[in-house]
Design a protein. Sequence first.
Length: 63
Amino acid sequence: MLCNYSALDEPKLKEINKLEKSLGVKLLAMSCCDPQIAKLDESNIDKIKALEEKIGVRLVAIQ
């Protein structure tokens, strides 16, 4: 399962902000999916690793 921050429209963001104020906490909105991991050969994996090192993030190849 992979999760990332949700893209929220203004009404949803306002609802979350209202609940945050009520609870006295910060909330993170996350969206999750269950993708199929791509099958890559060693050469393509090395390309991904090189880009990860260059830009400082982790990448996941999915179908």
